[in-house]
Design a binder for this molecule. Structure first.
Ligand code: DMJ
Length: 448
């Protein structure tokens, strides 16, 4: 074993950075990591939502499983060309996945991970059973849109359609517009997209007049903001992402206008040039006054949006800060106060956003520093998140103590983005699709 490791390390060192050999070497390493994580799921959590490798068991989000990991993992298996694993996941999904369950689920998470995963699987694989499952799920979730304002409720019972959770947030209102939109395109039924877009517009219409920013929480029944903190972090993040990606995927000019308005607000009131770098902080949505200098792992998604919006200058500035945050401890913390560069929350959920933003920059600039950083990020995951039998999250990046759980987005996103740095052109091209917020690729097949 030691000899083998020595051989592998020596091999990596003799390869020229960025060479075909090195890319093949790393692509294989990422695939090996994926297989190891998948084998842990197979061995300890088969048929459940997610795996806990250290305690050698699995867990579900709700009282019954929805196969979160296999569904989320499928598009990555397709891109990596993992035929054996695809067969296993497919069999499990078609034998066991059934949405006729008395479960109250969180519409947004299920839409981006499961509906998005199924739609993308259908586009990549062609099996119509994926599309049928996605549509069945969507129909069961549609009652969320029946609120007085059109802003969706957060929760819905998959069997009864009973909704709950009127206090929601922009992310959970808008970050399924791509999924419902793709379903509309693939089924020829516009109502999925139209209902979802109504909620997106309802939130946009309630943005602050001075700043053009949205807040953290809104009441779906009254349309009143209940938390006016504006930022790019959780609860808001993918709302903005989907305005831009919705425009790019569907050519919807309303979304383009909304994105253009919001991005100006973001640049004027959230962007923050500090001695420590270029960041996006928090502000009061009405006044635009800075309320905190906290930036986190989730906020990093915005770098990819800047790239898609062709704002490479700001994307580069932001990535310099993100990479600084990553390198402080060798993995990024969940939250950082960028004013004094202190860790506010030290855990690492094996999230993808920093790797994703850096990958977009690599793709659009071909500047080798981003390729090198991609290697650094993947090596760090190998070093710190790997256990004897799988991969886990980290309790605190300052101690690198392991946290015995693994989110399904590790399969859908984190390892997919790691792979894309090294993947051969024929395996994947970012120019041919739009990745949803869970990194499931959507293709404009309806234009073919
Ligand atoms: C994923 O489920 C998605 O990327 C979502 O947009 C944000 N949270 C996780 C990854 O961090």
């Amino acid at each position: 074993m030691a000899l083998y490791l020595l051989f592998i390390c020596a091999g990596a060192q003799t390869m020229a950075p960025g060479s075909v050999d090195e890319k093949e070497f790393y692509a294989e390493k990422v695939k090996t990591a994926f297989r190891k994580a998948w084998n842990a799921y197979k061995e300890y959590a088969w048929g459940l939502d997610a795996v806990n490798p250290i305690s050698q068991k699995g867990h579900n989000w709700y009282a019954e499983p929805l196969l979160m990991t296999p569904v989320d993992a499928y598009s990555t298996m397709c891109i990596m060309g993992l035929e054996e694993e695809k067969k296993e996941a497919k069999e499990l999904i078609f034998n066991n996945l059934n949405f006729d369950k008395d479960l109250e689920i969180q519409q947004f998470e299920i839409a981006i991970r499961i509906m998005g995963g199924l739609l993308s699987a259908y586009q990549l694989d062609g099996d119509p059973r994926f599309l049928a499952l996605a549509e069945d799920l969507a129909k069961r979730m549609m009652p969320v849109f029946e609120s007085p304002t059109g802003i969706p409720y957060r929760l819905v019972n998959l069997r009864t359609g009973k909704v709950r959770g009127e206090i929601t947030n922009p992310c959970e209102v808008g970050s399924m517009l791509l999924e419902y939109g793709v379903l509309s395109k693939l089924t020829g039924k516009p109502e999925y997209y139209e209902k979802c877009k109504r909620g997106v517009v309802a939130v946009y219409d309630r943005r602050a007049p001075k700043t053009n920013l949205v807040g953290t929480n809104i009441n779906a029944e009254t349309g009143e903001w209940t938390n006016k903190d504006a930022h790019l972090s959780g609860c808001i993040d993918a709302y903005y992402e989907y305005l831009l990606k919705g425009w790019l995927l569907f050519g919807d000019k309303d979304l383009k206008k909304m994105w253009n308005t919001c991005k100006k607000g973001i640049a004027s009131y959230l962007a923050d040039e500090q001695e420590s770098g270029f960041w996006y902080g928090h502000a009061d949505m009405e006044t635009g006054e800075r309320t905190s200098t906290i930036f986190g792992a989730l906020d990093c998604f915005y770098g990819a949006c800047l790239c898609l919006d062709k704002n490479i200058k700001d994307a580069r500035k932001l990535q310099a800060s993100i990479n600084r945050m990553w390198n402080m401890h060798g993995l990024e913390p969940e939250l950082l106060d960028y004013k004094n560069m202190s860790v506010v929350a030290g855990y690492y959920m094996a999230r993808p956003e920093a790797i994703e933003a850096n990958y977009y920059l690599w793709h659009y600039t071909k500047d080798p520093q981003y390729y090198e950083m991609g290697k650094t990020m993947f090596d760090a995951i190998e070093k710190h998140c790997q256990t004897d039998n799988g991969y886990v999250q980290i309790n605190d990046v300052r101690t690198m103590e392991k946290w015995d759980t693994l989110e399904s987005f590790f399969f859908a996103e984190t390892l997919k983005y790691c792979y894309l740095y090294f993947a051969p052109e024929e395996a994947f091209s970012l120019d041919r699709c739009i990745l949803n917020t869970e990194a499931h690729p959507f293709f404009k097949t309806w234009l073919d």
